[in-house]
Design a protein around this ligand. Structure first.
Ligand code: 5AD
Ligand code: FES
Length: 369
């Protein structure tokens, strides 16, 4: 990784990043897209890693102001998948040629340490998949047990680097201050590959905040970085009737649009040349025709197709109108293959970690050793 914050002739200090985020000149943007695509090709290649997403539980104890699954969303039908159901999804991911699965859920104490450890162990024993967890803020004991069971990676978006905005949109649990940066550091020490990310255009997010977010990805040397547009959910405070009161002044507020999201993806590729960067479902939801492809052409190198059984998937409504909601895993696989071919990219084989070895050895895990 370059030690000075620049990529070719692109400066990546705070002021330059902010200026790029605000850039509207078509020729300048063409140069940004081309540089992001060049760096992506040079540093992570043309093969796109496919991660099968399994939405294991829609229960959540948190009150995040942006998320449709927040605890106060009363009347929601909630589910928690059985171990056998999760295993079946993992085997489906293998059949579809994917190299890893992501077990994602709300922050759900019902997903106990032992339950997840057993599921991870079984997936690692029965399949060649890399296993990524995305289960929110959990204790070190849980994280360590899961790592020892063979979990390879953990995703935890910090959502925004502005501590005031963070506390507003992601209220602490009573008596427990939320510190996602600290959890990310601890997980790195445990030997996880770690991923983070932010939403673009959350009410209250300013251009300065987003520029600072991008710099933070680089400082933290993240392995994986997911960036998608904020999509309002009408059953949340940030998507409901009073949402406008959360907005920053108009000239400072970042819009939750496709162009700004693509600029953030491209700049992230320049700032973090060898990170794994997904073309997110939220972006595909905003632009069903070509959102996935545009991100892949402007810095991204990963797609996370959903392999959750359709009846569960419909209940995992973080935001409404999610792309591919009613497509079977096999349909998505075929569709993605075509979409990748149309832009001259291939499906990667294998687990697709950032580093050549999946295990970073700082914690001996039962499976790899
Ligand atoms: N719009 C877009 N993304 C969202 N997320 C949560 N709610 C929304 C929303 N309304 C993102 C968060 C979270 C990830 C799993 O989904 O960034 O970390
Ligand atoms: Fe799911 Fe096209 S990617 S249907």
């Amino acid at each position: 990784m370059p030690s000075s914050p620049e990529s070719g002739s692109f400066r990546l200090d705070h002021a330059s990043l902010k200026a790029w985020l605000l850039e509207l000149d078509p020729e300048s943007l063409q140069a940004l897209w081309a540089e992001a695509d060049r760096v992506r090709r040079t540093c992570v290649g043309d093969a796109v890693h496919l991660r099968g997403l399994i939405e294991v539980s829609s229960h959540c104890v948190r009150h995040c102001l942006y998320c449709g699954l927040r605890a106060p969303s009363a009347g929601l039908e909630r589910y928690r998948m059985e171990a056998g159901e999760i295993l079946a999804c993992a085997h489906e991911a293998v059949r579809l040629g994917y190299g890893s699965v992501v077990l994602q859920g709300g922050e759900d104490p019902g997903l106990t340490q032992a339950f997840i450890a057993d599921v991870v162990r079984a997936i690692k024993q029965e399949t060649p998949l890399a296993v990524t967890l995305s289960l929110g803020e959990r204790s070190d004991a849980d994280l360590l047990a899961w790592r020892r069971a063979g979990a390879d990676r953990f995703l935890l978006r910090f959502e925004t680097s502005d501590p005031v905005l963070y506390r507003r949109i992601h209220p602490d649990l009573p008596g427990i201050p939320s510190d996602r940066f600290a959890q990310l550091r601890r997980m790195r020490d445990m030997g996880y590959e770690i991923g983070t990310g932010v939403m673009v255009g959350i009410p209250g997010q300013t251009w300065d905040t987003l520029a600072a977010d991008l710099l933070r990805f680089r400082e933290l040397d993240m392995d994986m970085i997911g960036i998608g547009p904020f999509l309002p959910s009408p059953r949340t405070p940030l998507g409901g009737a009073g949402a406008s009161t959360f907005q920053a002044p108009p000239e400072q507020q970042v819009p939750n649009d496709e162009l700004t999201t693509l600029k953030a993806v491209a700049l992230t590729r320049l700032a973090c040349p060898d990170a794994n960067i997904p073309s997110t479902t939220a972006l595909a939801t905003l632009d069903r025709a070509q959102g996935r492809e545009l991100a892949l052409l402007r810095g991204a190198n990963v797609v996370m197709p959903n392999v959750t059984p359709l009846p569960f998937r419909a209940l995992y409504e973080i935001y409404p109108g999610k792309a591919c909601l009613t497509e079977t895993p096999a349909t998505c696989q075929g569709c993605l293959e075509n979409r990748l071919r149309s832009i001259g990219r291939t499906m990667a084989k294998g687990p697709g970690g950032r580093k050549s070895t999946l295990c970073k050895d700082s914690v001996p895990c039962d499976f790899h050793h």
